[in-house]
Ligand binder design. Structure first.
Ligand code: ATP
Ligand code: MG
Length: 300
């Protein structure tokens, strides 16, 4: 059953005293899986805390479905589940006890609670660990339990703040698959600074940088931001420092006395540079570094 909810954000600004953490953000999130990308300090957590009613905006409006987060926080809270960036676990409780407790806090009636807890544990693949103490869980298991608590009460919107930090590659993929599955019948808003988290799964994404919305669109449109601007170069080590300061470097590796690197440049940085098809990470870097690209000086 389709249960997704739309989010509309209109000229949202948040100041922490004199510091502007969000600067007039306007964004429409239609449902499904939506990614919020941005480096450390971009304002992702601030935005998610406003969406989840935990933090008051300085100005602007946010609506979750038909409800305004400031005017109707209770109705908004009922419709969402949140996995914060720094979610604290009750280490001495078992997974079952913890979910039962959080379910009670979320007003899931006692008569339905056991069944719902079992159902969410099944959904995140932790049913067999129901009687195990949370303190003994691995990082990946803890994050899946974090999703389980967000799912209690069957909300239309799940908000997840940087959930894959600290997970090994296998758990990360497992976690991404779980979120994609959940997004089939609800809205999932996922913040991350890891581009690969978004790559496979998101239908739409936004990039925040220094409190500003610098991109909003599909993953394909983000890739297009770097079209024709990614180059592979192979240069002697002594020529490298000069290049490195002139162009944003996407990746580099040393081979013998050569440096092989991917650079961002609007025009070919020099004769012999190979044009490369961009990926999502390149598009993301192109958006973030766009001010640098504009300052580009020709090489050689
Ligand atoms: N309570 C606060 N008081 C003052 N400044 C704050 C507060 N919370 C966040 N900030 C500042 O606001 C900016 C945005 O922070 P925020 O936590 O929203 O970023 P983020 O994108 O979630 O970063 P990260 O990827 O590191 O989690 C940062 O410069 C941060 O230092
Ligand atoms: Mg954060």
């Amino acid at each position: 059953m389709e249960k997704s909810v739309k989010i509309s954000i209109h000229q949202l600004t948040k100041n922490y005293r004199k510091f502007r953490a969000l600067d007039s953000i306007s964004l429409h999130i239609p449902g499904g899986m939506f990614g919020l990308l941005g480096p450390n300090g971009a304002g992702k957590t601030t935005l998610l805390r406003i969406l989840t009613t935990l933090l008051a905006p300085t100005s602007g409006q946010v609506r979750i479905g038909e409800f305004d987060v400031v005017q109707n926080p209770g109705a908004v809270r009922q419709r969402l589940g949140y996995l914060p960036q720094d979610f604290g676990f009750y280490r001495s409780l078992t997974a079952f006890e913890m979910l039962d407790y959080i379910g009670a806090m979320k007003n899931v009636p006692a008569s339905l609670r056991k069944e719902q807890v079992m159902k969410t544990l099944t959904e995140v693949n932790l049913l067999e660990e129901a009687r195990r103490k949370v303190g003994t869980f691995s990082g990946g298991m803890r994050q899946r339990l974090g999703i389980a608590q967000a799912l209690l009460g069957n909300p239309e919107l799940i908000v997840v703040d940087e959930p894959t930090a600290g997970l090994d590659p296998e758990e990360r993929i497992r976690f991404r698959n779980l979120l994609s599955r959940l997004a089939q019948d609800r809205t999932v808003l996922l913040s991350t600074h890891i581009v690969a988290d978004i790559e496979a799964s998101c239908t739409g994404l936004a990039v925040l940088y220094q409190g500003k919305l610098v991109f909003n669109g599909t993953p394909e449109a983000l890739i297009d931001q770097a079209k024709g601007a990614v180059w592979q170069v192979d240069v002697p080590l002594d020529a490298w420092p000069k290049l490195e300061v002139k162009y944003p470097v996407l990746s580099s590796r040393m081979l013998n006395r050569h440096m092989q690197a991917r650079l961002l440049a609007i025009h070919s940085p020099f004769n012999g540079a190979q044009p490369i098809e961009p990926g999502l990470e390149d598009g993301y870097m192109a958006v973030i570094k766009s001010t640098l690209v504009q300052k580009e000086v020709h090489y050689g």
